[in-house]
Design a protein around this ligand. Sequence first.
Ligand code: KG4
Ligand code: ZN
Length: 340
Amino acid sequence: MNIFAMETSCDETSAAVVSNGSNVKSVVISSQIKIHAKFFGVVPELASRAHVENVNQAIFQTLTQAGIDFDDFSKKIDAVAFTVGPGLAGALLVGAIAAKSIASVYKKPLIPINHLEGHLYSYFIESKFVNPPFLSVVISGGHTELIIVEDFGKYKVLGGTRDDAAGEAFDKAAKMLGLSYPGGPVIDKMAEKGNPKAVKFTRPYLKGSWDFSFSGIKTALLNYLKSNPVENEKKLNDVCASFRQAIVETIIFKAFEATRQFNLKQIVLGGGVSANSLMRKMFKDTGKKNKIKIFIPSPVYCTDNAAMIGCAAYLKQKKCGLNYSLAQLKSSPSLVLENW
Ligand code: KG4
Ligand code: ZN
C-alpha cells in the first residue's frame, strides 16, 4: 500500500511517499529554522506563512523523487495521510488543506494521524516493526512522554511533560548561553568537548510520578550563569556537558524504572531529542546492562518528517480501515493520544 503523507505541525513542511509503512519512496523536509532562529523559537504566524510558501514545492519534489506525476497519482497512491494535531493551529491547517485537496481531486481516502504517533512509530520507517509490548519514549520540542504501547494503537500513557519539554529546555538553555536555535544540536556538539561533572545540576526525578519537569534545571542554569559568567570556550563546553548529562540521566532513569515496574523488555525512542548523541549512547549502554532491547531511529527520522506520518498511517489503516469521520479529520492543536 502506497501512502502519500504530509506533516506541517510545527516548523517543517514535509511530504513523503511511503510503501507498506517502512519503504520510503521519497521524503522532502523543508526546514524553517532560518526564519525562526532570530526569535530563538518558532513564531506561529511566521510558521503558517512559510508552510503556505513551501507546501507546493514540497509536494512536487516528493512526487517527482518517487517517480510519480499527477497523471499517475491515482494509480500509484492508495491513501493520503496528514497530521491532525497536536501542533500549531495555522501550521496544521496548511497541511490539512493540502492533503484534503489532493485527496478530493484524486478521490483517495484520508488517514488522520496524531503527531505523537508519528514519532512513536518512526523507528519502523527503516527497520522491521517491533512487536508490542514496548515502552515508547517520545522526547521532542513539545513532549517528554513515557507511553506503554500494549499493541499498535493501544496505549497506556504513564507520564509526560509538566512544564518545559526536554527539547524546549535545550532550546532555552542555548539562548541563555548565547548559542543559536535550535539549541539541542548545538549544546550536543559543545557538550562532546566538555566535562559533564563540571557543574552539578540536580536531577528532577519527581519520585512517585512518571511525569517530567525540566523548568527547574533551566532556572538552575540561569542562577548558575548569574554568579559564574561563561568567559571562555572550555567553560561553555563544560556547562553544556553538565546540562546535557542532567537531562539525559533523568530520562534514562525514569525510562528504565518503567521497564522494571511494568516488566517491559523493549524501549523504542522517537522525537528530536532522541537525535542527541549522549541520549543514544546511554540508552544503548544501559539497555545492554539491563537486557532491554533499544530501538532508536536514524537522526533524520528523529526530528519532524512526513515519512513517520506515512508509517503510522499504514499501521492505523491496517487496524481501522480507511473511513474516518469529519470529526476525526478535524485539525486539533491540543489533540491527545487516543487508542484506535
Ligand atoms: O521532534 P522535533 O523535530 O519537533 C517537535 O515535535 O517538537 O524536535 C525538535 C526538538 C528541538 O527542541 C531541538 O532542539 C531538539 O529537538 N533536538 C535535539 C537534538 N536535535 C534536535 N535535542 C538534543 N540533542 C540533539 N542532537
Ligand atoms: Zn515532532
